[in-house]
Design a protein around this ligand. Structure first.
Ligand code: ASP
Ligand code: MG
Length: 427
């Protein structure tokens, strides 16, 4: 049976992390047919985004930013390999040179196209480094280019997967390779039919793991993280958190949909469709069982909390005091769609429509301007959105202490509240 592992950026952020992966694979992966998906190292994708922006805006520090990123990778390489003559240095350098060729020329294409061709190098080099290091330690493996298997359309930065093509390629050409050795490949990236590079959306490596697993009919996927598994709240906001040992696909989907950052929202569906269990485990403590997400029917017994800060609550009123009807709603959603803005929660009444979105400076003012043409708008910035799944009055009281709730939306299992500190004055 084939298994799929995914290691995120935090697990490969330095030489120690890569050595740890090697240990995990020696222990758990050796005797199995294993495909391992790896993200870019540490915060590399953020750095590459900054380099892309600098290049497109013709900033003079573009070269320096790229040099810093190369140095970060070369430091790790020097920590891992004794000799600078090891072929990994040439291999990694070749990948970087492809980006340098882009940076030397004038920006020539759409921002998103350039973004994908620059940012993808993060995953290409991280996998080259890990693959060479594993071979160096005697763990036989093969590096493969995910762009040859995960086929997408040419929606750069948000490639839509062509499932049929992807499945055929994976089953025909990749599956046989797994008979012989561990496969190391990239998360996050795909390729078009014309061999251009695409990415699948930020944090998309989990999704890549799910795509490979689905097409290979894998027996399980394991996402290795720096936490023990899926927790019922983010420790950043909550003092006491609980590990959830079991979770069904539905709850996992709902939690990631509402913004739990543990798993990329697109990851669950392909696995659910094929009943492939998903394990979330700690790469620091690999023997701890972690969380298993599968098709069990039981609802969660533990309330889960998802916090989003820096929200803007926008309320829309027709200027002529007519009702908010389907026509207005479709117009409003068209505008939101045009700005690619995701609505985090919403509520409709006869005379108003209210919703909460992330406060993305580059978009919010333009959105308000666009909506103001036809509607009267009120908005509040600096809001918090809390979602409680499996709520009760006690959990609501707990999160709303000293808060003023401006919007509350409840379904049978989920309660969402947009709120601010009661001490803050409204705008
Ligand atoms: N490296 C990409 C990112 O940081 C993909 C991922 O890590 O899942 O968004
Ligand atoms: Mg990541």
């Amino acid at each position: 049976m084939i298994e799929v592992y995914k290691f995120g950026g935090a697990s490969v952020k330095d030489a120690r992390g890569i050595k740890n992966i090697s240990r995990i694979l020696q222990l758990h992966g050796k005797s199995r047919h294993l495909l391992t998906v790896i993200s870019a190292m540490g915060k590399t994708t953020n750095a590459l985004e900054e380099i892309t922006r600098a290049y497109v805006h013709k900033q003079s520090n573009t070269g320096l930013l790229f040099q810093n990123l190369k140095d970060y990778h070369y430091t790790i390489l020097n920590d891992l390999f004794d000799s600078p003559d090891h072929e990994v240095f040439v291999d990694v350098n070749n990948a970087f040179v492809e980006v340098e060729w882009i940076l030397e020329d004038e920006p020539f294409d759409s921002y998103d196209y350039i973004y994908d061709h620059i940012v993808s190098v993060g995953e290409l080099v991280s996998t080259k480094i890990v693959s060479h290091y594993l071979n160096y330690c005697g763990l036989k493996n093969k590096w493969v280019d995910a762009r040859s298997y995960i086929q997408t359309d040419n929606t750069y930065r948000e490639g839509k997967v062509d499932w049929l093509k992807t499945q055929n390629l994976i089953q025909e050409s990749l599956q046989p390779l797994l008979e012989e050795q561990i496969i190391i490949t990239q998360g996050f990236i795909g390729g078009t039919s014309e061999n251009f590079t695409t990415t699948l959306g930020r944090e998309g490596s989990d999704y890549s793991a799910a795509i490979f697993a689905s097409c290979l009919n894998a027996s399980s996927v394991t996402i290795w993280k720096d936490v023990q598994g899926v927790l019922n709240a983010d420790p950043k906001w909550f003092e006491k958190t609980e590990l959830l040992p079991h979770l069904n696909y539905h709850d996992a989907l709902e939690l990631s949909y509402y913004g739990a950052t543990i798993i990329h929202p697109k990851t669950i569906k392909p696995l659910q469709n094929k009943s492939i269990p998903l394990f979330v485990k700690s790469f620091l403590e690999p023997s701890i069982p972690g969380t298993e997400i599968n098709s069990c029917k039981n609802d969660l017994q533990t309330p889960c909390f998802i916090f989003k800060v820096n929200q803007v609550l926008i309320s829309i009123f027709p200027k002529d005091f007519s009702f908010i009807i389907e026509e207005n709603l479709s117009q409003i959603f068209n505008i939101l769609y045009g700005f690619k803005i995701q609505v985090n929660t919403m509520l409709n009444s006869a005379l108003s429509f209210s919703f909460s979105i992330d406060n993305d400076d580059s978009k919010v003012d333009k959105l308000i301007e666009a909506l103001s043409k036809n509607y009267k708008i009120k908005y509040n910035k600096g809001m918090e959105l809390v979602t409680i799944r499996y709520y009760n009055q006690q959990t609501i009281n707990r999160v709303t202490a000293n808060k003023k709730v401006l919007l509350e939306v409840k379904s049978r299992n989920t309660c969402q509240m947009v709120m601010k500190d009661s001490s803050k004055e409204s705008e």
